[in-house]
Design a protein around this ligand. Structure first.
Ligand SMILES: *Cc1c(COP(=O)(O)O)cnc(C)c1O
Length: 214
């Protein structure tokens, strides 16, 4: 299936209130342009250098989402233009984003990443750390906390995935009043977005189902 047909299918399938992020990591500019031509404007990347290169080469009205693990020393490269940083998983990273925002007078939109999977390799706050991070956001002038993000365990056991997403949704509901006028819950990828939407996701990050396998 072509990229444009895959995007049209997703648009038909998902509810109006769910934002589709086209995850274009490792994919060439030409495929992003094809997606762009259908009206797609939200794109996700997980590496800073690739994100910066693509941002420079592509139209200015694209909303770029940083969805991967972000190193503190690279925040400065994306601070001026990034639409939303999904993977904020430490207070030190939060403070660095705040510092870079202050330098350029830009309040930077972020999602706090919560560790919901059983895998130790996935990043994110536990529930106590999350509480601390949300409090920290209140004193960081250049951080705009917009919601939460999480990744479920990579498993075919969809009941487990459902429980993990449900746990994230519960935290989201608990803290929603801290997330501004348009609270965002970023959960769901190609393999589990249906479960995520059932559990209240407002933003899905889809790569391989749009652009093919990597
Ligand atoms: C790669 C990636 C995705 C997209 O994964 P697919 O399975 O290809 O849809 C979503 N979220 C994050 C954080 C990713 O790194």
């Amino acid at each position: 299936m072509s990229v444009s047909a895959a995007i049209e299918n997703f648009r038909k399938e998902i509810p109006q209130n769910v934002t589709l992020i086209a995850v274009s990591k490792t994919k060439p500019i030409s495929l992003i342009q094809e997606a762009y031509a259908t009206g797609q404007r939200d794109f996700g990347e997980n590496k800073v250098q690739e994100l910066v290169e693509k941002q420079e080469a592509l139209p200015n009205d694209i909303r770029w989402h940083m969805i991967g693990h972000l190193q503190r020393n690279k925040v400065k490269y994306i601070a001026p233009f990034v639409h939303l940083i999904h993977g904020v998983d430490s207070l030190r990273l939060l403070k660095e984003i705040n510092k870079q925002g202050a330098k350029i007078n830009r309040c930077i939109p972020v999602l706090l990443q919560v560790h919901i999977s059983q895998e130790t390799t996935k990043f994110g706050f536990d529930s106590n750390e999350l509480k601390e991070a949300i409090n920290e956001c209140k004193v960081l002038e250049w951080i705009k906390p917009c919601g939460l993000m999480g990744m479920a365990t990579f498993t075919s056991d969809l009941d487990q995935v459902r429980r993990e997403f449900q746990g994230l949704k519960d935290l989201f509901d608990q803290y929603q009043s801290n997330f501004g006028e348009n609270p965002t819950l970023s959960m769901g990828m190609s393999g589990d977005y249906k479960v995520a939407i059932d559990q209240g996701s407002t933003m899905i990050r889809i790569g391989s189902s749009l652009f093919g396998s990597r």
